[in-house]
Design a protein around this ligand. Structure first.
Ligand code: HEC
Ligand code: HEC
Length: 381
């Protein structure tokens, strides 16, 4: 469609303009505009065969207790690598406690999961397979059994990792999945063309106003960061912004204590936070044991956020407008009650008008990568 448009432009405008119109279209093929280089760990280099293997593993439902769950159930390409549910559903209809973040651009996260309990994609990939409310396998040996009895898989693992059936480990599986995930990246949104390519007409007037609020009165950019030559819209840090916390506030000392006791006896944090709603709300505390991080969650990227509703670690806010209202109210719960002793200092009432909140929502929609854009190209207003 874009090409058709360009062709029309080339036929109808004088040559001088053809050049200018050509520039953004050239970068249209650059899916990474606005992103830093994808970090690739030295011990897990990308190869086409490994990426293809990871793709297959990511979509294979056999790695689950009832044969119905693959990673793609909850990270579905058709739903921008989410499940579009408030909280995820695993095997046998069991529900977890948290909203599935998109895997798109997860390669750039300095840590994985809402509470950052895994350092990298390799570590992350091993968890859902044995989580009782996700794939539900009792241990990783079950994954390896399936691979060892499948000649296709065995030949591919041998080819990719030069590993025999006997020496195959879950780390090989995790490495292949992580390599595949490192290909799931998307930049090149209207914002990127506006900000990094000086294409001033890439944003609508409302989006430009929204961007000004984002960096100004809204103070969003202090956590959803923009660098000079790229923007991940996340500082990679953990903040309590007043989501979900009101459900445990009165109970925090007892809950925190009880959680630590279980954890110190060898309790698995991944299992605890995804199977127990109240433990889930402890946030980053569950990883660091640091009381000041009660209810703190990782700043998510805002790229493609238009396509990944519902929002927040618990999926409790259904629309971007609801998110803006939450911030405008200073992070207090819907009843307007101040029940959160751990609220980040960065969250205060913003005093924005309703049309300004709409401008912010419009700006969020400027962060959708063109490759994913489900709507026709925007026209300026
Ligand atoms: C039953 C649904 C479900 C399945 C199956 C599932 N995930 Fe997830 N995924 C989630 C949820 C929910 C979270 C957030 C959990 C948390 O933060 O505690 C998540 C988090 C992630 C993250 C972290 C993203 C971020 O921004 O921090 C990655 C990466 C990921 N999953 C990849 C995978 C892979 C790879 C598999 C298969 C091995 C998989 N997931 C299987 C639901 C699922
Ligand atoms: C103090 C840091 C901080 C500030 C300031 C901040 N955010 Fe956030 N933002 C976060 C964190 C942390 C989360 C996830 C919180 C959770 O799930 O509990 C989040 C979540 C979001 C989400 C939901 C994304 C998703 O995938 O679920 C949107 C949208 C968002 N913020 C937009 C904004 C906008 C717009 C502003 C300015 C009005 C803003 N944020 C200001 C830290 C911040």
């Amino acid at each position: 469609m874009r090409h058709a448009l360009l062709l029309t432009l080339m036929l109808t405008v004088p040559p001088a303009y053809t050049l200018a119109d050509d520039a953004p279209t050239t970068t249209e093929t650059n899916n990474l505009l606005g992103l830093p280089p994808v970090p690739i760990p030295a011990n897990n280099p990308q190869t086409p065969a490994k990426i293809a293997l990871g793709d297959k593993l990511f979509h294979d439902k056999r790695f689950s207790v009832d044969g119905t769950v693959s990673c793609a159930n909850c990270h579905d390409e058709k739903k921008t690598f989410t499940d579009a549910l408030p909280v995820s559903v695993g095997h046998n209809g069991l529900t977890g406690t948290r909203n599935a973040p998109t895997v798109l651009n997860a390669a750039f996260n300095p840590s994985q999961f809402w509470d950052g309990r895994e350092a990298d994609l390799e570590g992350q990939a091993k968890q859902p397979l044995v989580n009782p409310v996700e794939h539900g396998l009792s241990d990783h040996k079950q994954v390896l059994e399936i691979i060892r009895t499948d000649p296709d898989y065995l030949a591919t693992f041998q080819n990719v990792f030069d590993v025999s059936a006997k020496n195959l480990t879950i780390d090989h599986v995790a490495q292949a999945i992580a390599s595949f995930e490192r290909t799931l990246v998307a930049g090149n949104s209207p914002f990127d063309r506006y900000y990094f390519n000086s294409q001033k007409d890439a944003l609508t007037a409302a989006q430009v106003r929204g961007f000004e609020l984002f960096t100004g009165q809204g103070r969003c950019v202090s956590c959803h960061t923009i660098e000079q030559d790229h923007a991940l819209f996340s500082d990679g840090r953990f903040h309590n912004i007043g989501v979900g916390i009101n459900q445990i506030q009165q109970d925090v000392p007892r809950l925190a204590q009880a959680f630590l006791e279980v954890k110190n006896k060898g309790g698995d944090v991944d299992v605890l936070v995804l199977t127990d709603k109240k433990s889930s709300e402890l946030g980053r505390f569950a990883v660091t044991d640091d009381l000041s991080q009660i209810g703190a969650f990782k700043t998510p990227t805002l790229r493609n956020v238009e396509l990944t509703a519902p929002y927040m670690h618990d999926g409790s806010l259904l629309t971007l407008k609801e998110v803006m209202v939450h911030y405008n109210n200073g992070g207090v719960d819907k009843a307007g009650e101040k029940v959160n002793d751990f609220l980040s200092g960065g969250i205060r009432p913003l005093n924005l008008t309703d049309p300004q909140l709409d401008d912010l929502v419009d700006f969020m929609k400027a962060l959708t990568s063109s490759k994913l854009s489900s709507k026709p190209a925007q026209t300026a207003n």
